[in-house]
Design a binder for this molecule. Structure first.
Ligand SMILES: [Zn+2]
Length: 492
C-alpha cells in the first residue's frame, strides 16, 4: 500500500474520505464551492440515515456530475475529542477494513477541522500507520491472491511536509512490526535456525553489528542448557547477537528472545491437535529482531543489545529425556522434568551470556513461554513478571500507550521453592499450579540481581484474533510496546 501526503488542490477527483462526529459534525474547514456542496450532501445524508442507533459507521455516496469527486465517504468517529494516539491508529485500521470490504483500491483522505485540540499534523500519520498495520497479510505461498488490497492512499493536508516527516517514524515501526509478523508466520520447514540467522544477517549495518554463535562456539562457552534443547533436531542451533551501541560507555539494555523455530515438545511430546501452531514458538525472537531493525532506523540515544536463541525442539534418539540433569552455562544444574519446558532453558543461557559479556542496565526477555499465561490472561494481555517495580511500571505504561497491554503477575520466594529439585539445583517445571509464574521464576534464577522483566507473549503473539490493527495470525506483539518504551527511556 502506497501512502502519500499532498497539498490541497493537488487532487480533486476520485473517491474522497471525510470524517465526522455526531457532536461536532463534518470535519471540514475549507469553504470552496465544492466543499459547500459536500457539506449539503452530508447534511442530507445525516437527515435520511435514521436515528443514531441505526446509523452505519460510513455514509457512502456517489455524487452528481457537477461535483469534483466521484464518490464521497463520510466516516463516523465516536468520542472524537477523547481519542488518544492509539485511538487514531485504530481509526486507521477501521478505515482500511472499510475500503477493503468495499473493494476500493485508491482513495484520498481529507482530515481538516477548525476544532482546537485536534492535531492536524500528526493525525494523518497515525491514521496511515493504522491502515498499514491492518493491511498486512501473509500470502506469499498463495499462487493466486484472494484479496485485492488498497493500492494507494493520499492524505490531502495543508501540513503535508510535516506530516510526511512524522509518518517516517511510524513507517519504520510499521516495517518492523511486519518483519516480526513475517518471521512468525513462516512455516518451520522454511524458517529454520539457519534461515533465521541469515535473515538477521541481512539487517547488518555499521549501526547494527551482528554476531553469530554457532554450535561449536556454544559448546566452548558451555551453553549446555540451550544446546540440550537442540539434541533431538537435525538442525544446528544458533545464537544471534545484535548490537546497537550509539553511546560510548553506557550500560546497555539487553533484550532476549526465545526462538524455538518448531516445538514438538521433544520426548514429552505435545498432543497433535494444534501442534502446527508451534511454528510460532519463536515469536519472542522475532519481536527482538523487529525491534532492533526499528532502532537502527530511528536511532535513539540508548545502547541496546538484542540476543536470540534459535533452536528446534524435536524428538529422536539423541533428544534430551525427562529426568536428565544438565549443567547450564552459569554452572547451575537443571533437572529436566518435562522436555516441553524448553524455552526457559534457552533463556537461562542467554541470560548468563548477557551477564558475562555485558553489564546490562536491565534485561527484558520475550517468549511464548507457557500455555498457563493463556489460562490466566487470555489473548488480551501479555503477562509481565519483574524483579524491579520501576521497570515494570514503565513497561505497563508503554503497554497502555500502544494498546499492547501487559498485566503484572506475581513472583516470589514461595514460587521459587516450587522449582527446587531433589537432585539438582533447580528443575524446569513446578507442577500443575502457577505454571506461568514458576516459568518466570526459572529465568529469574539466572538473571541474578539485574533489573529484569519477563514478558510471556504466548497468548498475544500467535493465533491472534482480528483487531482494528491486525488481520494476521502473527500479530507482531511487542514491537510497538518496546519501541515506545525505548523512545521514552532514550529521552530521559
Ligand atoms: Zn515447549
Amino acid at each position: 500500500m502506497k501512502v502519500s501526503f499532498i497539498d490541497f488542490g493537488a487532487e480533486n477527483s476520485g473517491t474522497i474520505f471525510l470524517f465526522y462526529s455526531e457532536q461536532e459534525g463534518l470535519l471540514l474547514d475549507q469553504k470552496s464551492k465544492n466543499d459547500i456542496a459536500i457539506q449539503k450532501i452530508f447534511e442530507k445524508h445525516i437527515k435520511l440515515s435514521g436515528s443514531s442507533k441505526y446509523k452505519p459507521q460510513a455514509l457512502d455516496t456517489f455524487t452528481s456530475s457537477n461535483n469534483d469527486y466521484d464518490r464521497i465517504i463520510f466516516f463516523k468517529i465516536r468520542d472524537l475529542l477523547k481519542k488518544d494516539e492509539n485511538g487514531w491508529i485504530n481509526i486507521g485500521g477501521q478505515v482500511l477494513q472499510y475500503l477493503q470490504n468495499n473493494r476500493i483500491t485508491e482513495v484520498s483522505i481529507r482530515l481538516e477541522t477548525t476544532i482546537k485540540n485536534i492535531e492536524l499534523m500528526t493525525l494523518p500519520a497515525r491514521i496511515a500507520f493504522g491502515m498499514g498495520l491492518k493491511s498486512y497479510s501473509f500470502d506469499k505461498y498463495k499462487t493466486s491472491k484472494a484479496i485485492k488490497g488498497v493500492n494507494h492512499v493520499k492524505f490531502i493536508t495543508h501540513h503535508y511536509v510535516t506530516t510526511q516527516n512524522i509518518y517516517k517514524e511510524y513507517n519504520s515501526t510499521l516495517n518492523s512490526v511486519n518483519l516480526a509478523r513475517d518471521l512468525v508466520n513462516e512455516p518451520s520447514n522454511i524458517l529454520t535456525p539457519f534461515e533465521f540467522v541469515s535473515r538477521i544477517k541481512n539487517l547488518s549495518t555499521p549501526n547494527l553489528k551482528i554476531k553469530i554463535l554457532d554450535q561449536k562456539k556454544m559448546s566452548q562457552l558451555a551453553m549446555e542448557a540451550l544446546l540440550a534443547v537442540s539434541h533431538g533436531s537435525r538442525l544446528d542451533p544458533y545464537v544471534a547477537i545484535m548490537e546497537y551501541l550509539p553511546i560510548k560507555d553506557q550500560k546497555p539494555l539487553l533484550l532476549l528472545g526465545k526462538g524455538v523455530t518448531f516445538d514438538s515438545g521433544g520426548i514429552s511430546i505435545k498432543p497433535s491437535g494444534g501442534m502446527d501452531e508451534m511454528k510460532g514458538d519463536m515469536a519472542g525472537a522475532a519481536t527482538v529482531v523487529g525491534l532492533m531493525k526499528a532502532l537502527e532506523e530511528k536511532k535513539p540515544n540508548l545502547n541496546v543489545i538484542g540476543i536470540v536463541g534459535l533452536v528446534e525442539n524435536m524428538t529422536d534418539g539423541n533428544a534430551m529425556r525427562p529426568g536428565d540433569i544438565i549443567k547450564s552455562m552459569s554452572g547451575k544444574t537443571i533437572e529436566v522434568l518435562n522436555t516441553d519446558a524448553e524455552g526457559r532453558l534457552v533463556l537461562a543461557d542467554l541470560a548468563t551470556y548477557s551477564l558475562k559479556n555485558y553489564q546490562p542496565r536491565a534485561i527484558i526477555d520475550l517468549a511464548t513461554l507457557t500455555g498457563a499465561i493463556l489460562v490466566a490472561l487470555g489473548q488480551e494481555m501479555a503477562g509481565l513478571f519483574a524483579n524491579d517495580d520501576n521497570l515494570a511500571e514503565q513497561l505497563l505504561k508503554s503497554g497502555k500507550e500502544t494498546g499492547e497491554h501487559l498485566w503484572r503477575m506475581p513472583i516470589g520466594e514461595k514460587y521459587m521453592e516450587m522449582i527446587k529439585s531433589k537432585v539438582a539445583d533447580i528443575r524446569n517445571v513446578g507442577g500443575r499450579y502457577a505454571g506461568a509464574i514458576t516459568a518466570a521464576e526459572f529465568i529469574h534464577a539466572f538473571v541474578e540481581d539485574v533489573p529484569w522483566a519477563h514478558i510471556d507473549i504466548a497468548g498475544t503473539s500467535i493465533t491472534s484474533p482480528k483487531t482494528d490493527t491486525n488481520n494476521s495470525w502473527a500479530s507482531g506483539f511487542g514491537v510497538r510496546l518496546l519501541c515506545n518504551y525505548i523512545d521514552d527511556l532514550s529521552k530521559n
